[in-house]
Design a protein around this ligand. Structure first.
Ligand SMILES: C[S@@+](CC[C@H](N)C(=O)[O-])C[C@H]1O[C@@H](n2cnc3c(N)ncnc32)[C@H](O)[C@@H]1O
Length: 490
C-alpha cells in the first residue's frame, strides 16, 4: 500500500513550468537584516554622480534614464550600492504609498516588445518566456539597442541554485530543492536545444552571433529574478529601473506595482509601470517591496538566489498519487477530479501551519478500500468528498497515519546531516552565501518533515477517540445518541 503515497523529492509541476504566472502580481522576496546596514547607503545614494561606490555603468544608466525623461529632479529615488547588490534608495523622505518611479511602456521588455522587434516573426509560436529570453539576448548583442545601458548594469548571474556548481549543489543532497533545480536545468536545456534547432540556427540573419546554452541560462535567470508578473495585462515583463528594487520581509503586502495611463514624454501619453513605496522612508533609506508572500525558501533560492532566515518560508511539498494499479483507480480519479485534484496531487506543507485543507480527504480517498469501498459507489458521488473530510474508518485513518509517518521517516533518512548539525553550522556563521542557503534549506525541509510526522503520530494516538463514518451515519439516522449510546426502539 505504501507505494500509493510518495513523498517524492522530485517535487511539483509549478517548478517544471517555470514561467507560468502566479496568482497575483508579484516580483520576488527576502528578510529584515538589511535595515541594519542602511546608514552606509546615505552618501552613496545622495551623490550618485560623484560617489566612487556607484559603478560607472550605473551612472551612465541613470543619465540615460534622465535623457529619456523617465526620471527627473522630482524622482524621489536613485540607484545605490546596497547589501543586496544594486538597489533603490530614497533621495528625500517618502510617504507610505507614494509613487517612487514610473516607467513608460516603450521601455518594457515583454512578449509584445519581442513580437514588435526584428525577431518578432519567429517569436509568434514560442512560449512567452522563450520569446522574451531570445529578445533579451538579441538586443544585448546589438550595439544600437535601446536598452544598451540597461544591459550594462545587469548581473552576470545570481545565486539562484541553477547557477551553482556540482560541489555547491552537493550541499543540497536529499532536498527537494536539489531535484527541483536539476529538473529546471534539464527543462531549460531541452527548451534551448529545441529553440536552437528550430529557430536560432535556421535564422542566422536574425541571430548573427550564435546563442550559447550559458547565455540562454543567463536570460532565464534574469527573467526568473527580475520579471514582474501578475500585473493587470502583463504576466511577464521586465521593467528596467523598477527591477532595481530589492525585497524585504518587513514588507507584508504585495500590492505595490500598477499599470496606469499617464504622461510618458513631453506631449505623449502611454501606459506607465508605477511603483509605490509600501513603507514610509527617510532620505537615504532603501526602498523595498515584498516579492511574493507565498513562495517557500526553496522557491526563493531557485528564483532569486537568497532565502529568509525565519521559519515561515520553510516548506515541503508532499506528492500523493492514486496508483494506476489500484482496483478502484477509475472511481478514485473521478472523485479527485470532481474536487479539483488529479491522479497526482501536490500539497505544500509549511512549518507550524495546519495541513492544506484538501490533503486529508485526498489521503483518505487514496487509502480507501476494503469495507469502506462502498463510498466509491456512484450513488455517493456527490456526497463522498464531504465524507472524506472527516475520518472514514479506524482502518482507513490508521493506514494514512502509518503511511505518512513511514514516508516522512524515509525522506528524513535521505539527508546526510541532522537539523542540529545544520544549526551548529549556521551558528558558527562563517559560511559563504550559497553554503548558508543550502544549510538553511535542508534544515527547513527536515523541520517540516518532522512537523508532518508529528501531526500524524498524534493523530494515530487519538484514533480510538475519533468518530467515523458509520457512527455519524447512525447518529444521522437517530440510532446513536450524542454520547455514543445505542438507542433501541421502544
Ligand atoms: C530584481 S533584482 C533587484 C536588483 C538587484 N539587487 C541588482 O543588483 O540588480 C533581484 C535580485 O536582487 C537580489 N536581492 C533582492 N532582494 C534581496 C534580499 N532581500 N536579499 C538578498 N538578495 C536580494 C537577488 O540577487 C535577486 O535575484
Amino acid at each position: 500500500m505504501s507505494n500509493l503515497f510518495s513523498l517524492n523529492p522530485s517535487s511539483s509541476f509549478p517548478y517544471l513550468s517555470p514561467l507560468t504566472p502566479p496568482k497575483k502580481f508579484s516580483f520576488w522576496k527576502a528578510k529584515p537584516t538589511f535595515q541594519l546596514k542602511k546608514p552606509a547607503l546615505v552618501t552613496s545614494v545622495l551623490s550618485t554622480k560623484t560617489d566612487p561606490q556607484i559603478p560607472q555603468s550605473v551612472q551612465t544608466f541613470w543619465q540615460w534614464l534622465c535623457d529619456e525623461g523617465v526620471v527627473s529632479s522630482k524622482t524621489p529615488v536613485k540607484p545605490g550600492v546596497v547589501p543586496e547588490g544594486l538597489g533603490l534608495v530614497a533621495t528625500r523622505d517618502i510617504a507610505k504609498n507614494e509613487v517612487v518611479l514610473e516607467v513608460p511602456k516603450r521601455f518594457w521588455i515583454n512578449p509584445d516588445a519581442a513580437a514588435a522587434s526584428e525577431i518578432g516573426s519567429v517569436c509568434s509560436g514560442l512560449k512567452p518566456w522563450i520569446a522574451v529570453a531570445l529578445f533579451l539576448l538579441a538586443e544585448k548583442s546589438r550595439e544600437d539597442s535601446k536598452w544598451k545601458f540597461y544591459f550594462e548594469i545587469l548581473p552576470q548571474s545570481t545565486d539562484s541554485t541553477i547557477f551553482w556548481s556540482d560541489e555547491e549543489l552537493a550541499e543540497l543532497q536529499g532536498t527537494q530543492l536539489l531535484s527541483t533545480t536539476l529538473g529546471v536545468k534539464e527543462y531549460v536545456q531541452n527548451e534551448f536545444l529545441k529553440v536552437e534547432a528550430e529557430v536560432i540556427l535556421p535564422n542566422q540573419k536574425l541571430f548573427p552571433s550564435p546563442i550559447t546554452l550559458d547565455e540562454f541560462f543567463w536570460a532565464f535567470g534574469i527573467l526568473r529574478s527580475r520579471a514582474f508578473s501578475r500585473l493587470r495585462n502583463q504576466n511577464l515583463v521586465v521593467i528596467p529601473f523598477a527591477d532595481l528594487i530589492n525585497h524585504s520581509d518587513i514588507v507584508t503586502t504585495e500590492d505595490h506595482a500598477h499599470e496606469v495611463r499617464g504622461p510618458a514624454g513631453l506631449f505623449s501619453w502611454d501606459y506607465l509601470f508605477s511603483l509605490r513605496s509600501p513603507l514610509h522612508l527617510k532620505a537615504g533609506e532603501q526602498v523595498f517591496i515584498q516579492y511574493d508572500l507565498n513562495k517557500s525558501n526553496a522557491d526563493m533560492a531557485l528564483d532569486y538566489g537568497f532565502v529568509e532566515s525565519g521559519s515561515n518560508r520553510d516548506a515541503f511539498t508532499l506528492t500523493l498519487e492514486i496508483s494506476e494499479s489500484d482496483q478502484f483507480f477509475g472511481d478514485k480519479l473521478d472523485i479527485a477530479e470532481t474536487n479539483g485534484l488529479g491522479e497526482t496531487a501536490y500539497f505544500d506543507v509549511k512549518l507550524d501551519r495546519p495541513l492544506p485543507p484538501a490533503m486529508l480527504p485526498y489521503l483518505r480517498l487514496v487509502a480507501l478500500g476494503g469495507t469502506d469501498a462502498f463510498l466509491l459507489e456512484s450513488i455517493f458521488r456527490n456526497a463522498v468528498w464531504g465524507h472524506l473530510e472527516l475520518p472514514v474508518s479506524h482502518a482507513n485513518e490508521e493506514l494514512i497515519c502509518q503511511v505518512v509517518q513511514k514516508a516522512c521517516k524515509s525522506a528524513l533518512s535521505g539527508y546526510p546531516t541532522t537539523i542540529e548539525q545544520d544549526e551548529k553550522l549556521i551558528e558558527r556563521g562563517n559560511l559563504c552565501t550559497r553554503h548558508e542557503m543550502a544549510v538553511k534549506i535542508r534544515a527547513g525541509e527536515k523541520k517540516v518533515l518532522q512537523h508532518i510526522d508529528k501531526i500524524f503520530a498524534e493523530r494515530e494516538s487519538e484514533l480510538d477517540g475519533l468518530e467515523y463514518y458509520q457512527e455519524r451515519r447512525l447518529k444521522d439516522l437517530g440510532l446513536v445518541g450524542e454520547q455514543g449510546e445505542i438507542i433501541f426502539w421502544e
